[in-house]
Write a protein that binds this ligand. Structure first.
Ligand code: HDE
Length: 725
């Protein structure tokens, strides 16, 4: 389906700005000056075997343009994918908090452009490293561009923007040899962490399964920094922004992530693109945690501290509207690459808090575009253009597109009749929230930011047993790649402040003893800071655990867009495949026919169906569940196909649902799964663990399989033991 023709697509205004240049409508090839090109295959030469002539303006123009095709990639979040869509608020109930019309007028549909990204890797790196994901949304509101530039984790590593270059230098490839690509598992990152206890909360999230999402479409988003909502009366409420995916929040497992990065480095990009092309538009609800101004100090953490989250059990998330991504970009470079997000792009009704990380961000994002997009006119690039008209006295600069008419480019003026004139607040003019400030000018961090460990502990306590086990393994893996023992030791010391049991397990995995970190931890304050300033503050949090933080409690049951591999070979049972395919597709799942070779595969009655992938080009890590249909001959072939057997073992190891019909079960019976605790070759029906057998018709196999896929994974398997794959 061509998503551009999607009837739901209302982004006409953006389309108009983009004025497509379509290839293939009978146009003739031209130079950039519009001269028709007669021969694009040979350069101009002094004789057909002679030297190329400098005079060849067609060759020179083409090569010059090519030479400059690349622009600097983003210093962080270089690898990303974007999509267009729409946002609509559910009702006008937010009017008491904000005057932003896109948040209060349910009749408005606001166009959006959303870009998801990894943070550390270069633009050409793979999609599933262990990393934070960016989640940046540009709202083209009628009052101007509003950007909500968030991540898929609710907290950040550092408390003050001045540490950002250090954090990023530490996590990026090491400067002497530019190794490793897109990975935090190396000395410099963990050196920085070990000396910066404030990083521990985000580090816990980074070690959790949140850092290896199943899909961009199955990620939560968080604005992290506290902002303000401002109403018509000029009153302020603090606000935390959330995105809640309607498909639930799901992850892959680490072994799988590493394999996916090799099998399909574009896994997330492809997943987003394919879902939108197929008309399965991803959706998120916008969630707000609204906190009255007078409650600023009522929490056991500081609202301005970006390493803290506000537990949803304390301040509920109001779901106020929905974003639907319904159109893929036409051109990756022009749109996704050139999109310039900025947390400082706000509209009346929204304002900033004094969060010192946010304040620093407000400088950085414009500054970075100056070198990345080549000057101060990046707002004129179609993807960045406001749909609200722009009138001001800013002029000229590199790549200026707008042709300003008239004699005046200053304010006040009389020659231009005083235009453009300033807008009163009642006319929509932006006026900053008037916060009272009475303080000494200091270079300091607030004591109220000095509790580094209670929220990491809250996070750990909130995870399911399986999530905790994965997090423990992740620490062992990452620190196992650190070859300076002192660094490992210091990190284990920090972990011991979060959870003694976790520290003991990580220490065991690394062959270390737990040693408490040196006190006070003074590496992160100025050289003359006072001893007392160093002392971490210990807070006993009101909550012991927050169920909202565990993905085990996410929305389940929806199997829309889930990928299911059918393992086939010639001689499969046609009914078995057809009935399962029909049942799964009716629920919105996507079936992939896998066979020993590409082309067509025949059922036992001689009918052919198209093979989507051969075992050579596909692997279990690229799907959510496996089905082996009935069929004597096909099963015999599959049993002789090592990669088919490996499919079963690997999918089982990664806790994915596996269903077999009829003879298909014999493939499982020769895999390692037969040795799995409590199973035996004759009894492979481990329904509670997502391993299902049936004859494929009339025995509810499809129904059970759909339920199992809706469960996402069966992590209980890991508790009983793992199998090799
Ligand atoms: Fe960013 N960040 N950031 N960041 N950030 C950038 O801007 C920066 C932070 C986030 O898809 C850069 O255009 C500083 C937090 C996303 O294009 C740069 C600090 C959060 C994206 C920059 C932070 C983010 C960026 C690089 C600490 C979550 C990608 C390219 C004070 C709330 C947007 C660019 C896209 C991109 C600076 C911290 C999210 C250099 C200085 C916290 C999603 O300006």
């Amino acid at each position: 389906m061509n998503s551009k023709k999607n009837p739901k697509d209302n982004s006409q205004k953006i389309e108009d700005l983009n004025k497509d240049i379509e290839v293939g409508d009978g146009q003739k090839m031209t130079t950039n000056q519009g001269v028709k090109v007669n021969d694009d295959t040979s350069s101009l030469k002094a004789g057909d075997r002679g030297a190329t002539l400098l005079e060849d303006f067609i060759l020179r123009e083409k090569i010059t343009h090519f030479d400059h095709e690349r622009i600097p990639e983003r210093i962080v979040h270089a690898r990303g994918s974007g999509a267009h869509g729409v946002f609509r608020v559910y009702d006008d109930s937010l009017k008491k908090y904000t005057k932003a019309a896109f948040l209060t007028d349910p009749s408005r549909e606001t166009s959006v452009f959303t870009r998801f990204s990894t943070v550390a890797g270069f633009r050409g790196s793979a999609d599933i490293p262990r990393d934070v994901r960016g989640f940046a949304v540009k709202f083209y509101t009628e009052e101007g561009v509003y950007d909500l530039v968030g991540n898929n984790m609710p907290v950040f590593f550092i408390q003050d923007a001045i540490k950002f270059p250090d954090l990023i230098h530490a996590v990026k490839p090491e400067p002497d040899n530019e190794i490793p690509q897109a990975a935090s598992a190396h000395n410099t990152f963990w050196d920085f962490v070990s000396l910066s206890p404030e990083t521990m909360h985000n580090v816990m999230w980074l070690m959790s399964d949140r850092a290896i999402p199943r899909s961009f479409r199955m990620m939560e988003g968080f604005g992290i920094n506290t902002f303000r909502l401002i109403n018509e009366q000029g009153e302020s409420h603090f606000v935390k922004f959330h995105w809640k995916p309607l498909l639930g929040t799901h992850s892959v497992v680490w072994d799988e992530a590493q394999k996916i990065n090799g099998q399909d480095p574009d896994f997330h990009r492809r997943d987003l693109y394919d879902a939108i092309e197929a008309g399965s538009f991803p959706e998120w609800e916008l969630g707000l945690q609204i906190i009255p101004q007078e409650d600023e100090h009522k929490f056991d953490f500081d609202l301005l501290d970006p390493t803290k989250l506000v537990p949803e059990e304390i301040v509920p998330v109001l779901r106020v509207g929905k974003m639907t991504l319904n159109r893929n970009p036409d051109n990756f470079f022009a749109e996704t690459e050139q999109a310039a997000f900025h947390p400082g792009h706000i509209v009346p009704g929204i304002d900033f808090s004094n969060d010192p990380l946010l304040q620093g961000r407000l400088f950085s994002y414009t500054d970075t575009q100056l070198s990345r997009l080549g000057g101060p006119n990046f707002h004129e690039i179609p993807i960045n253009r406001s749909i609200a008209p722009i009138h001001n006295n800013q002029r000229d600069g590199i790549s200026r597109m707008q042709i300003n008419r008239g004699k005046t480019s200053y304010h006040p003026n009389s020659i231009g009749d005083g235009f453009p004139e300033q807008a009163k607040v009642s006319e929509g003019g932006f006026a900053s929230y008037q916060e009272r400030v009475d303080a000494n000018k200091v270079r300091a961090r607030s004591r109220s930011f000095m509790d580094f460990f209670s929220q990491p502990a809250l996070f750990y306590n909130s995870l399911s047993e399986a999530e905790q086990a994965h997090l423990t393994d992740a620490f062992c893996f990452e620190l196992g790649k650190v070859d300076i023992v002192d660094i490992r030791q210091r990190v284990v010391g920090l972990i011991s402040q979060v959870d003694a049991g976790l520290a003991a397990k990580v220490a065991e995995g690394l062959g270390l003893e737990v040693e408490a970190p040196e006190q006070p931890i003074n590496h992160q304050f100025g050289a003359d800071a006072d001893e007392a300033d160093y002392q971490p503050v210990t807070v006993i949090p009101k909550l012991k655990s927050s169920p909202a933080l565990s993905m085990a409690n996410t929305v389940k049951g929806n199997i829309k867009t889930r990928q299911i591999a059918f393992l086939t070979a010639d001689g499969f049972d046609g009914d078995s495949v057809a009935s399962m395919k029909t049942a799964l597709e009716a629920e919105g799942a996507m079936v992939k026919i896998i066979a020993p070779r590409s082309g067509m595969v025949k059922d036992s009655a001689g009918n052919s169906i198209k093979v989507d992938h051969s075992f050579l080009t596909f692997s279990s890590v690229l799907v959510d569940a496996i089905f082996v249909p009935a069929g004597k001959a096909s099963t015999e072939t599959l049993k002789q196909t090592p990669r088919a057997v490996h499919f079963i073992d690997e999918a089982f190891l990664h806790c994915k649902p596996i269903a077999t019909a009829g003879e298909g079960r014999e493939l499982v019976a020769i895999s390692y799964v037969k040795n799995y605790p409590k199973s035996n070759p004759n009894d492979l029906d481990l329904e509670n663990l997502g391993l299902l057998t049936g004859n494929g018709s009339g025995d509810n196999l499809a129904k059970k399989f759909i339920k199992a896929i809706g469960n996402h994974r069966f992590f209980e398997r890991e508790k009983l033991g793992k199998i090799p794959a």
